[in-house]
Design a protein around this ligand. Sequence first.
Ligand SMILES: NC(=O)c1ccc[n+]([C@@H]2O[C@H](COP(=O)([O-])OP(=O)(O)OC[C@H]3O[C@@H](n4cnc5c(N)ncnc54)[C@H](O)[C@@H]3O)[C@@H](O)[C@H]2O)c1
Length: 263
Amino acid sequence: MTENTTSISAASGRAAGKVPLISGAAQGMGASHARVLARSGASVMIGDLHHEVGSALAAEINEELGCEAACFVPLDVTRFEHWTVSVVLAEATFGKLDVLVNNAGIYTPGNAAEASIEDWQRTIDIDLTGTFLGMKAAVPELKKNETSSIINVSSIAGLVGFKNRAAYSAAKWGVQGLTKTSAMDFGPDGIRVNSIHPRSVETPLTAGLKRGFGQVPAGRAAQVEEISSLVLYLASDESRFVSGASIAIDGGETAGNNLRQDS
Ligand SMILES: NC(=O)c1ccc[n+]([C@@H]2O[C@H](COP(=O)([O-])OP(=O)(O)OC[C@H]3O[C@@H](n4cnc5c(N)ncnc54)[C@H](O)[C@@H]3O)[C@@H](O)[C@H]2O)c1
């Protein structure tokens, strides 16, 4: 596609006119969401700890689309003041904020007996409290629009038990609870709140993890773009009657007990 046709399709795309703020968007799934939303017409705020990588991604998107479609903002999701600056910057740069994607997250291993208290606290701080702080900072701005969308990234570890992931699972279940409660609280303000629950996606977070796909009917990991398609749907007005949903995007893994050949 040429620069001009890319710009034209972005201007009339499924997320045309939307202004999303995506946390943890310098790499992995967040970076893919930023690319896909921008290509679909959104003006995207890329928030992350990693200044250089995040700024380079914003520059790459702007170069590809031939317009100012992306802006990087330094964001540590555990710092409320970073969130408030991010929201102000979205308003100052693109005129509003109407989509929040709480994507930043870390994973720590260990069951409740073995996980360190430090790992527990860090995981809860980033994966759960970070999501709460993002919503706390963004909701006043989101309320100003006729319709807004919050997309909280959980995991299948927030839908079912997940062996040896005590802190991660607790945090991701917490994200689901916060999502459903907030859908009740902010629905009257025109804000939809949904959680998405991926299973193994090929990203730097999962690089090096030993994983089997025997329990996954699809028999494979997801590509980041497959998750971004769902984020695009939830960011756009196509999902205007979808709120409080916990959407599994897991190749069918949590549909039931996928008995192995030998069982
Ligand atoms: N990859 C998977 O298989 C998978 C499956 C289910 C859910 N998830 C969830 O999806 C989300 C994205 O995962 P990913 O695989 O792309 O991860 P990743 O590690 O590839 O990327 C995470 C990004 O978050 C950023 N980040 C980390 N701590 C941060 C903080 N305190 N403040 C701001 N940014 C921070 C990192 O710098 C990085 O850019 C996470 O919430 C993760 O738990 C991932």
